[in-house]
Unconditional design. Sequence first.
Length: 302
Amino acid sequence: MKRTSNNIHDARARWGTLAALAVVIALIFPGNHARAKAEPQLIFEAEGQSHVKNNNFMRGRALAVDYAFKNALEMALKDILGRSTFRSQRKTLKKMLRHPKKFIKQYRYLEMYDSPVEQLSRVKLEVVFFPEAINRELSTQGILSSLVRPRTALVLILEKSLSVDAQPEFWEYVPISEVAMLQKFLAAGVKVTPREKISELVDEQVVLDAIQGDLDAAVDIGLKARTDIVIVGTAVTTQVGNRTAEGLTTIQANLTLRAVSTTQSTIIAARSDFASVNSQEEFKGELQAFEVVGKKMAAFFL
């Protein structure tokens, strides 16, 4: 059963307040029990279909798979760049979308359907991409600039929890993954700007636009916060599988972020990563998973 939004919000608010203070006086949380050493992956489910000519369903199936590959890569690029940047760079991205196979690590069929009546072949695939291969190509195309270690940084994450029924207002809480990243930045000597300092300067909708990929919104936030880099994105938790006989539940936190240079007005890095935690309590598992994936992501940007 999910906890009520008020109770969970109160718990998060108390934790967030303590965590915000810990950003200043502490460096690193302990992160035991977390399985966070897996390589980051981009996994998407995508469909593809093709009309069949001359009853050649083998050829039709192959074309349907190619369309599914393209659709999956399009989903991955939207996830990495944000929908706004994806739309503005659509012409540049056409070459990548024409050759999706070079970025695919593996795939498997989820559904297959051939219709002799409709002369149609349809597939649904789970596609796993190489994140670094995609990032390299985006850098080659000039969509991503080289990542330089920041002197000052602002991190703004929209964190969605499976244990919360109603999402609180953006400025009402401090996300666990965000705090974990700020701690790592402080430990590395990077000056960070807490969200509390800009909550009165930046409208919530501007932040949400930046998280969705609006480059101008992210740059505007960076200028108001006077930071070199603005890192924005989303963190989401999901339950993996069923509860074990020992009462443990596997909670996975997925974090997708983009780093925007305020001075260059461009995306300089993008990455998705995850961490899984076994816990008897859903809420505690989420806190641990968010914390661990936040630290992992901070290490990448440093």
